[in-house]
Write a protein that binds this ligand. Structure first.
Ligand code: GLV
Ligand code: MG
Length: 310
């Protein structure tokens, strides 16, 4: 699984931003052909994306392109131009506003045809599906199971809030007047269940108050606590916050590695299944929880500061 703590959105219509994005420590960068690009700039943006993929240095990052959604006239040319032009440099396509599994199947089929034509490895390019309206959320289980290329489901809060008529203009924050609980809880949990039941990653969308890094951190921490793998970033200021929030703390990482080591020792050397680690009882379920935290910590480059002694 790729690390997707921070996913940086960059309009492909802006070559200066495409240069800058290569220098930022985001886990993933996507070159956008959709809503951050004006209709009259769409064609030029495709060419910019191909040039940036071919000539840029994206090493150490996952690199994706977001095409336009299937209700527009642009999608097929987006896919054909970008993948024929630079498919060998591309990890994933992001499909926005997915409402139905057939849309993902369409993209999967088109990708396969282009891969065969170009002599690329068939099936290597992945897909991320953005869920951005009520219909997409109602169909999310079928969407999550629609293609082996799918790697992640992504929440699109701005379009989603518009789609359900939520009464706010501040993306990612609670609607004024709603003081009980979290207005996004159901949506986030619904996406999480669909994603995990198909072994997909699940990503929170953008936070548009880009100068308010504390606000970003607060909203990101909520998604991270539920189990989300990462969140979009729209500005360099948000990148470090995302990487930090979606990595386990040093303390949790050490704890997880200790559980794994202790559990291995007690179950194999002592052949016991439920044992004490300090004041805490651990068993097979503890091992599974620890595996998740340890994997995220290792992916984030954390090192151990504690070792287990029986
Ligand atoms: C992202 O695409 C969003 O609509 O929030
Ligand atoms: Mg959107």
């Amino acid at each position: 699984m790729r690390s997707r703590r921070s996913i940086l959105a960059v309009p492909a219509s802006n070559p200066r931003f495409l240069e800058k994005a290569q220098t930022l420590p985001a886990d993933e960068v996507f070159l956008d052909l959709e809503d951050s690009v004006a209709p009259l700039a769409k064609e030029e943006a495709r060419g910019n994306a191909v040039t940036a993929l071919r000539e840029g240095d994206w090493s150490g990052k996952t690199v994706a392109v977001r095409v336009n959604d299937l209700t527009t006239q642009w999608t097929y040319r987006d896919v054909i131009e970008v993948v024929e032009g630079a498919g060998d440099r591309l990890d994933c396509l992001i499909m926005p506003k997915v409402q139905d599994p057939t849309e993902v199947v369409w993209l999967d089929t088109l990708l396969t045809q282009i891969e065969k034509t170009m002599g690329y490895e068939v099936g290597r390019i992945g897909i991320e599906a953005q869920i951005e309206n009520a219909r997409g959320l109602v169909n999310v289980d079928a969407i999550a199971g629609s293609s082996p290329r799918l790697e992640a489901l992504v929440f699109g809060p701005a379009d989603f809030m518009a789609s359900i008529n939520m009464r706010t203009l501040v993306v990612g924050e609670q609607p004024p007047g709603y003081t009980e609980g979290d207005a996004y809880h159901y949506i986030l949990m619904r996406l999480l269940m669909a994603a995990r039941s198909h072994d997909l990653q699940v990503i929170d969308g953008p936070y548009l108050q880009i100068k308010d890094v504390e606000g970003y951190r607060r909203v990101a921490a909520r998604a991270a606590a539920l189990g989300f793998d990462g969140k979009w970033v729209l500005h360099p200021l948000q990148v470090d916050a995302a990487n930090e929030v979606f990595s386990p703390s040093q303390e949790d990482y050490d704890h997880a590695e200790l559980i794994l080591e202790a559990y291995e020792h007690y179950t194999t050397v002592e052949r016991r299944g439920a044992v004490m680690l300090g004041d805490e009882m651990i068993d097979e379920a503890s091992r599974k929880m620890a595996l998740v935290v340890a994997a995220k910590g290792r992916a984030a480059g954390l090192g151990r500061t504690k070792t287990f002694t029986p």
